[in-house]
Design a protein. Structure first.
Length: 239
């Protein structure tokens, strides 16, 4: 069975990614003055000018420039697994208020030294699940979050996880057994068996970590901090 690994605690600097959009307007002009023409030629030119259509207004060319290219961590899991709360803790270090579950896409960026990492969460509702595979090709790490206190969802979580992993045999996988503080939460060993993680392949890095977040916590707990630092370390190693 793969061994759960810990990452060294590292300092993080938070930043919000942003691009700079600018507009380039193209103007066509000529600095040359018209030469004097004979009267006959001048009349012909005037006739041609009357036939010619009015020049159309120049259309601006819009170019978007991205300041930095980040390394993407894809965060997936069924609805209610706690993905959004975990990401909030990754970024801010606490969960002092309620976080609205993601209904679409949620991106959080973390800068560490010269490395920019984008955590991209896609909502876990049924209508959003078809989008999951589309973003696998861009990911350096897959973080799959499971509600460890909801055993009824394990078979469905397993199904989706294994389908995702079939698209990339080498992509590092971090499974977060979330909500470990809930009554009835299963152990790491039980979840490992329920998700059949022994079948995900020997050629990928696999990590399984128990996590939990609570509203009102002013500091991120050690489990969440370890998970965040581990993910950052995996990205650094894969550069």
């Amino acid at each position: 069975m793969p061994v759960v690994r810990e990452a060294a605690v590292v300092g993080l600097a938070l930043a919000v990614t942003g691009g700079v959009a600018y507009v380039i307007w193209t103007y066509v002009s000529s600095g040359e003055k018209p030469k004097q023409e004979p009267e006959k030629i001048e009349k012909e030119k005037r006739k041609e000018a009357q036939k010619a259509p009015e020049p159309k207004q120049q259309t601006p060319t819009i170019v978007t420039e991205t300041k930095a290219t980040g390394k993407q961590v894809l965060v997936l899991g069924l609805e209610g697994a706690g993905k959004t709360s975990l990401l909030h803790c990754f970024a801010s270090g606490s969960l002092e208020q309620d976080v609205t579950p993601t209904q679409g896409f949620n991106a959080v960026s973390i800068n560490r030294e010269d490395l920019q990492i984008e955590f991209l969460e896609i909502g876990g509702t049924e209508n959003l699940q078809p989008y999951w595979k589309r973003y696998m090709c861009k990911a350096m790490v897959l973080v799959f979050v499971v509600d460890s206190s909801n055993a009824a969802q394990f078979p469905l979580a397993k199904k989706h996880l294994h389908e995702l992993l079939e698209t990339d045999l080498y992509l590092p996988l971090v499974v977060l057994a979330n909500k470990q503080d809930n009554q009835g939460a299963c152990s790491i060993t039980t979840l490992h068996e329920a998700l059949s993680l022994e079948e995900v392949g020997d050629q990928r890095k696999l990590f399984l970590i128990g996590t939990h977040v609570r509203k009102g916590d002013t500091e991120v707990n050690s489990a969440v901090q370890d998970a965040r630092d581990l993910i950052i370390q995996i990205v650094q190693d894969g550069r």
